[in-house]
Design a protein around this ligand. Structure first.
Ligand SMILES: Cc1ncc(COP(=O)(O)O)c(C=O)c1O
Length: 380
């Protein structure tokens, strides 16, 4: 067992060995520009189209509805600003939630300072948006609803299908940031009823530096960048062939082993929680609702603990992240935990532990020992 044990898979994942093998020739010999008409160019164009089909298959859309980007942040920017600018003559109202990733909130804030009006929906104690509130917030000038599929910090899954139905009924474009859910939950754009969906490569065992955006045929968006005509002009610039091939393969692998991976992530997460509870009893407080949560995510607060002290204390053995930021001795609580109305003390004691598809029982048992001992020591 290699140490430290990595239990921060919501932050990023390692590249799957099958993905790395698929990418290798594009690092070595397959260097042609996909726009070139000679064979090493054309074959790279074909590799991109193969990847597009692999991504499309994972989320049940048409390949031509997939646009490759550099990351989830770019996909979110393209989706939100793209719809805002393309529809600004129709309306300037956007609905989002209080628990989005900064890659959505900052885009909305920026549009808010450029003449758009943003409605920020609150969430319940588990971090869930109420579809009734979405319905009430829709106005004749609403052009976009953007609500994430699953939250990165606490794992809460949003009622996307219900919101999708509301969006459709009111003819409002609906975008979801699925950076955390693709590869962990079933993601089918038809069932979810979304018009746009964000994918992040590095959260599903592809490399960092690649993302994708699903844009339903007929959804009008304006591009952020202008240049030559790559990605149908929506996202111009010579394609990142190596990483695109990697994302395609990662989607194929995710689909092939989906149930098994999901089961393993959840079994590991549950074993971890059971271990912690059996060692620490009521010092353990779970944030969110595990019945409606990503299978790999555990947001947990330990009574009388500083999450930062705990995470750094165990970092030689186990890697986890915290629910707050600490700058120059001052603790800032995450906006997600704030929106869930968690009190300061619990939020400052919150860590996020996220398991991966290959996390083993041995790793979990070791992590439980390390965490439980550290909590006992630090809460003295
Ligand atoms: C839900 C969600 N959206 C967007 C992002 C941004 O991803 P990236 O930094 O790869 O652009 C993340 C990353 O943590 C995320 O969890």
């Amino acid at each position: 067992m290699e140490k430290p044990i990595y239990l921060d898979y919501n932050a990023t994942t390692p590249i799957d060995p099958e993905v790395a093998t698929e990418m290798l020739p594009y690092l070595q010999t397959h260097f042609g520009n996909p726009s070139s008409s000679y064979p090493i160019g054309r074959s790279n164009k074909e590799a991109i189209e193969k990847a597009r089909a692999q991504v499309a298959e994972l989320i049940s859309c048409q390949p031509e509805e997939i646009y490759f980007t550099s990351c989830a942040t770019e996909s979110n920017n393209l989706a939100i600003k793209g719809v805002a600018w393309a529809n600004r003559n129709k309306g300037r109202h956007i609905i989002t939630s209080a628990i989005e990733h900064p890659a959505v909130t900052e885009v909305c804030k920026s549009l808010g300072s450029q003449g758009f009006e943003i409605t920020w929906l609150s969430v319940d104690q588990y971090g869930r948006v109420d579809p009734e509130q979405v319905k009430e917030a829709v106005r004749p000038d609403t052009i976009l609803i953007t609500i994430m599929h699953a939250n990165n910090e606490v794992g809460t899954i949003q009622p996307i299908e219900e919101i999708g139905a509301i969006a459709k009924e009111n003819k409002v474009i609906f975008h979801t940031d699925a950076a955390q859910s693709v590869g962990k939950l079933e993601v089918d754009v038809e069932k979810l009823g979304v018009d746009m969906l964000t994918i992040a490569g590095h959260k599903l065992y592809a490399p960092k530096g690649i993302g994708a955006l699903f844009v339903r045929k007929g959804t009008r968006i304006e591009n952020l960048m202008f240049g030559a005509g790559q990605e149908k002009g929506i996202r111009p610039g010579t394609e990142n062939v190596i990483h695109t091939v990697g994302l395609g393969k990662a989607c194929e692998v995710a689909l092939r082993n989906f149930k098994q991976n999901q089961q393993n992530m959840q079994t590991s997460r549950d074993r971890l929680l059971n271990g912690l509870v059996s060692q620490l009893g009521n010092l353990v407080h779970v944030n969110g609702n595990l019945e409606n949560c990503l299978p790999n995510t555990l947001s947990v607060a330990f009574e009388n603990i500083s999450a930062h002290t705990l995470a750094s204390f165990i970092s030689r053995d186990v890697l986890i992240s915290t629910g707050s930021a600490c700058h120059s001795g001052e603790t800032t609580i995450s906006s997600v935990l704030q929106a869930m109305n968690l009190d300061f003390k619990t939020a400052a004691a919150t860590v996020r532990i996220s398991t991966g598809k290959h996390t083993t029982e041995e790793e979990i048992d070791f992590a439980v020992e390390i965490l439980a001992n550290a909590v006992k020591k630090l809460s003295l």
